[in-house]
Structures are given as structure tokens and as C-alpha cells.
Design a protein around this ligand. Sequence first.
Ligand code: ADP
Ligand code: MG
Length: 233
Amino acid sequence: MLITVQDINHSFLIGRKGKESNVPVLKNISFSVKQGEIVSIVGRSGSGKSTLLHILAGFLKPDSGEIVVKDTVTSVFNEQQSAQFRLENYGFIFQNFQLMPGLTAFENVELPLKLKGMNRHQRKDKVQQLMKHVGLQSVQDHYPNELSGGQQQRVSIARALITDPPIIFADEPTGSLDSETEQEVLELIQTLNDTRDITFVIITHDDEVAQRADRMYRMHDGILTEEGVPNAV
Ligand code: ADP
Ligand code: MG
């Protein structure tokens, strides 16, 4: 197992001071992800999917439960340890791309390598090679607002990939794309899984997108259950 999640619980304190109530959002969640799998988590808006992803990635501490990634217990990390582990192990893809508007496509993809301290020459080679691989060479000097939605999502996928993370978390990666572009992005994810053995955890409200995964879990009011997918043999 690459990721093992055991009995995660999480509540949010909501409401006015003195009248707060504790609202449980994740209830006894357990699941696992094998090396090289594409696993999807599907569920309606508000069911707790993004909260689970934030906890998996260490942005948020669970109230209880344990997360083990690559034989390391990550749920006990402090903020600095979480940040370091993320930089070494995770890439992220979001619905709204979250590209830096003041940086070109090339510079957006380059940014994580700068954060890791790689030198300029090595960065340039690596970014150029990857941009070619995902079909972005011709637009590498464009700013995000000069790119289509599909191109922006390709840039954000390249940015997620540039540090060679073993795991990519995607939160509604096709949520703001038309259906044709959605297919392209899903095919790119499949290709990256096949050719680079990257493990994907994809969160979506869309059953069709979820069913493209190797395995699928459904989130309903903070409870997670596994369901079969049509393409599983
Ligand atoms: P999903 O991603 O499935 O749409 P979320 O995980 O974003 O669901 O939200 C699950 C529930 O938790 C929702 O009811 C939402 O309002 C609540 N919630 C999410 N983040 C917070 C927060 N920071 N404070 C309070 N409630 C939150
Ligand atoms: Mg969400």
C-alpha cells in the first residue's frame, strides 16, 4: 500500500462565538491506495471530499485517525514537516488551475523546482522537456490569461509533475472544462499513470469521471464506501 488511511474523523466548529456547534464532516474514514493506482472519490458538493484531500495532504490535521504514506506516519507531522513531505511526494491539480497570473506558462511550471533549489540550467532543461511531453511547447511564453482552459489545466498538470512526485492529488480537475477538453485531460492523466507510474487520487462530483478510475469510493455525508467501477476486471 502506498497510502493507508485509518479511522479519520474531523469536525468543524461553526457559528457565532458562545453559540458554536461542532459539525462532523468526516466520519470514521478508512481507505487505501496502491502504488500505481488511479483512485477516485466521488460525492455531492458538501459531502467532505475537499476536506479529506486537505487532511491527506497535511494542510489540515484530523481530529483523530492515522495516515500512512510510504511507510511514514504523516498525520503526526508538524507544519514544516508536512510542507517538506508535500514538496517531495505530492503534486496538486485544482479545478480553477491556481496558476500565478504574473508568470508565464514556463515560469509557472518552473516554480516548484526553484522552491526545491535546483539551479537555473537544470531547471530550464527539465521544464522544456516536460512542456514538450504534454504538448505545451508552443505556448510556453504565454501568460495564463492568454491560454484556453484546457491549456491552463495542462500547465497546472505539468507544474504538478515537474518535481517527479509519486502521488498526484486532483480536486475536480475537469470541473471547469468543456466535455471535449475534459476527455483530453483524463486521457493525459491516464497516459501519465501508464508511462510514469504516478498514483492519482482524483476527487470529483461527476460519476462518469469517477468511473474512469481503477477503483472508486463514494463520499456521502462524510461517510466513505467503496463501489465497483465498470472497467475493473
Ligand atoms: P466537498 O469538497 O465535497 O464539496 P467540503 O469538504 O468542501 O465538501 O465541505 C464539507 C463540509 O464541511 C461542508 O458542509 C462545508 O460547509 C464544511 N466546511 C468545509 N470547510 C470548512 C471550514 N473551514 N469551516 C467550517 N466548515 C467547513
Ligand atoms: Mg470540494
